[in-house]
Design a protein around this ligand. Structure first.
Ligand SMILES: [Zn+2]
Length: 401
């Protein structure tokens, strides 16, 4: 039996506006008791008034996103991507992310390595390679490239047609996918598609969502424009990724259908500030500008319409260390309470995991200790110079504290 007591903590439970002064008794990876009087375990961490939050969840992460050049990723050996991905996962954990949802890439081998504890990593839920139509966001070929086949690639796979998509979805679930990722509009770093027009036919999207739903899972779709979001939601998609160009009627439609928005504000801000440093091509910088300014407005619109808003980052290559900046940008858009809920309890609901994203008896003992009260000083959430301590499955694992 492993036990740990954290005393003198100011707890954000994942939902409530008020911090609670209490102690936590963690046993066998679960929060077993929450009571200011508990002193049960032999091992005690005195939080000394630090804030304890549920471990953060990044619902849009890419372990294999080791470059901003999609083709370079798809043509890399998987062994290289796995090792580079392991480093990305370890760093995410040290920042306080105890769960990530990888929505393009990951495979049964990486998931098993994480589950077996071979590498320090957040809990790892993956979709396997995202599905893209030919010439869609997941098609990494430039318009001049011919004779290069991208079937069976690492982050994205080009699959067209209802029957082929059904097989691809079943294959992903066979290999342990948490959900399915579909590209239903253009994107910033794909070379051959405009951002706005919807991708895939309604029949193709509906076939994918029907397969996933029958399996008890769901579909996450990359979509920027209102027309692409509508196209996705009306055909059964539950998780809208990015959604930067969202408008009011489309936000209302999402709320009506119970669809989540997973904004990824960190990535556009990072590409704007650091695009030159990381060699972002000109076409991508122009496309980035188109969605950057709208991103924070989309978050506010979605909240106002009653859409559950999660949290993701989508950082590729060297931009990965901007992960915590996502919390700053989402706090600017929606306030600190909404941002904290997004990165904890709302994301947990998105994942269908009521044992995550909460500080509650019976929840997983994945926690983040911060050196200050985020409601009084939100910068403690993203300022990496301030010490932070991460607890995973009831054990102090990483952090800078
Ligand atoms: Zn992404």
């Amino acid at each position: 039996m492993s036990e740990l007591t954290i005393t003198n903590a100011l707890v954000f439970d994942g939902v409530s506006e008020q911090l609670t002064e209490t102690s936590l008794y963690l046993r066998d990876g679960v929060i077993a008791e929450i009571d200011p009087r508990v002193t049960r375990a032999e091992r005690v961490v005195d939080a000394a008034g630090r804030t304890v939050l549920p471990g953060l969840i990044d619902a849009h992460f890419h372990a294999y996103g080791v470059s901003l050049d999609s083709l370079a990723i798809e043509t890399s050996p998987l062994s290289y991507l796995a090792l580079a991905g392991a480093r990305r996962l370890r760093r995410a954990l040290a920042r306080g992310f105890t769960t990530v949802r990888d929505v393009a890439g990951g495979d049964a081998g990486l998931a098993r390595a994480v589950a077996d504890g071979l590498i320090p990593s957040p809990r790892y839920l993956h979709t396997g390679p995202a599905l893209s139509q030919t010439g869609g966001h997941g098609d990494a070929r430039s318009p001049e490239q011919t004779g290069l086949c991208l079937h069976g690639s690492h982050m994205c796979e080009v699959v067209d047609g209802v029957e082929n998509l059904r097989v691809a979805v079943r294959e992903r679930f066979r290999q342990g996918a948490h959900a399915i990722k579909l590209m239903t509009s253009g994107g910033v770093i794909s070379p051959a598609d405009p951002i706005r027009p919807p991708q895939y036919t309604p029949e193709e999207v509906a076939a994918v969502t029907a397969e996933a739903t029958r399996r008890g899972s769901y579909v996450a779709a990359h979509a920027y424009s209102p027309e692409a979001v509508r196209h996705s939601v009306l055909n059964g998609v539950r998780s809208i990724e990015h959604g930067n160009l969202l408008d009011e009627p489309t936000a209302a439609l999402m709320a009506e259908h119970g669809a989540f928005l997973v904004p990824t504000l960190a990535t556009y801000d990072a590409m704007r500030r650091r695009g030159a440093e990381v060699g972002l091509p000109d076409f991508a910088r122009a496309k980035n500008q188109e969605v950057l300014d709208a991103g924070q407005r989309a978050v506010a619109l979605a909240h106002a319409a009653g859409v559950p808003v999660g949290f993701g980052t989508d950082l590729m290559g060297a931009l990965e260390n901007d992960q915590l900046a996502g919390l700053r940008l989402q706090t600017e858009a929606a306030g600190v309470l909404a941002c904290l809920r997004s990165a904890t309890s709302v994301n947990a609901r998105l994942l269908g995991r009521d044992d995550l994203g909460r500080v509650a008896v019976g929840a997983r003992a994945d926690l983040l200790l911060l050196d200050g009260d985020p409601f009084a000083d939100p910068s403690v959430l993203w300022d990496e110079r301030r010490p932070r301590q991460v607890v995973q499955a009831g054990e102090p694992v990483a952090g800078t504290g």
